[in-house]
Design a protein around this ligand. Structure first.
Ligand code: ATP
Length: 349
């Protein structure tokens, strides 16, 4: 691919994306038609979906915005994509003020939001791209060559003449990506790019994303899948309730959890079922990061420091409280654990 070089090298000194103190408030609930006609004052509660996010994404990174449902990931991406105006703060794309000059910012961007739903099912793959190329005002002479190029990039050349309704989910997702690549953007925004894809298609998309990064593009990806963020992203921002909780390379973040390994333990409690006392006793030799009681079953997530020998003290505690050890799984620390430990969320998922 050559066209990306034109935009990717345009202003190398600037970050691909920069957010300063960006916030977005939505009003919750609905206004009745009567209220609207009467122009009654809007008394609905304002809720901040994004609340003061600062973020710099240098060029050439795969950057992950991760967090649970409702964390504010999509709202952030929509503001960068110029689809939503921030309530406050500044959004820049390749040094361009995205609020003041949305058209110029948009020329730097390829956006995949809504995945496979953003293609016309009654058109062929090629017709979809012709339609969007015209919409984006690509020079007519360049359109056939560009379409050929992006179809090849996403591996759809041989199926370009089929109606999109006959495509699989993965193919429609690839067509959305081809559409986003039409303008040879230097920054790609992908909102939950692998949702709905089977593991093989997701792995192929990951490879494609890495290739696009290696060609010089910047990719901002949102995902609630910590494992995906861990495998794919150069750096990750963990976002929760509209705020940026922590930012760093996955390995760096995993070092924040003061443990070498993590144990998932299930104990069956005895008749008197004193889970509080058991947790307290376990807490003397391991950090209890999560607990859940389901009937008599007590599930614990334990962080184990280097060299901890878990089984002897665990069996001793179980014996002391008349409980039985049902299961012990020992795993390396994951980004999900980092998220749990940073947000202080209880629970195991
Ligand atoms: N148009 C809107 N009007 C009112 N509230 C909204 C609107 N869009 C988003 N929200 C609220 O803002 C919060 C953040 O939503 P957002 O979609 O950005 O989260 P997310 O991290 O992308 O989550 P998900 O993974 O579920 O898409 C949620 O509480 C959501 O209900």
């Amino acid at each position: 691919m050559t066209a990306v070089a034109d935009t990717a090298t345009e202003a190398p000194a600037t970050d691909a994306v920069a957010l300063s103190d960006v916030a977005k408030a939505f009003r919750q609930g609905r206004r009745t038609i009567g209220q609207r006609l009467r122009r009654a004052p809007d008394t609905r509660r304002e809720v901040y979906a994004v609340d003061g996010v600062d973020l710099r994404i240098p060029r050439g990174e795969i950057f992950g915005l991760v967090g649970p449902n409702g964390a504010g990931k999509s709202t952030t991406v929509r503001m960068i994509a110029t689809l939503l105006e921030p309530s406050r703060g500044r959004v820049e794309v390749c040094g361009i003020d995205a609020v003041g000059r949305p058209d110029a910012a948009r020329r730097m961007l390829g956006v995949v939001i809504g995945g496979e739903r953003s293609v016309y099912w009654k058109l062929t793959g090629r017709e979809n791209l012709e339609y969007f190329a015209a919409l984006y005002h690509l020079p007519p002479r360049e359109i056939p060559g560009r379409i050929e190029q992006v179809l090849r990039d996403v591996d759809l050349l041989d199926r370009a003449g089929d109606y999109a309704e006959r495509y699989s989910t993965g193919m429609r997702q690839r067509l959305s990506l081809a559409r986003a690549l039409l303008q040879a953007p230097s920054v790609l925004l992908l909102d939950e790019p692998t949702s709905g894809l089977d593991p093989r298609s997701a792995a192929q998309l990951h490879e494609r994303i890495v290739r696009l990064r290696d060609e010089g593009r910047t990719l901002l990806i949102t995902t609630h899948n910590m494992d995906e963020a861990d495998r794919l992203c150069d750096r990750v921002a963990i976002i929760d309730r509209g705020r940026l909780v922590r930012l760093g390379a996955p390995e760096e973040l995993k070092r924040l959890v003061e443990a070498e390994r993590l144990a998932r333990v299930r104990l069956s409690l005895g008749r008197d079922g004193r889970d509080g006392a058991v947790v307290e006793a376990v807490g003397r030799f391991a950090a209890v990061a999560g607990r859940r009681l389901d009937g008599r079953d007590l599930d614990l997530v334990l962080h184990l420091a280097h060299g901890t020998d878990l089984l002897p003290p665990l069996v001793e505690v179980a014996n002391r409280f008349g409980a039985t050890v049902r299961k012990v799984d020992i795993e390396p620390v994951t980004l999900q654990d980092v998220f749990l430990s940073l947000t202080g969320k209880e629970g195991l998922e």
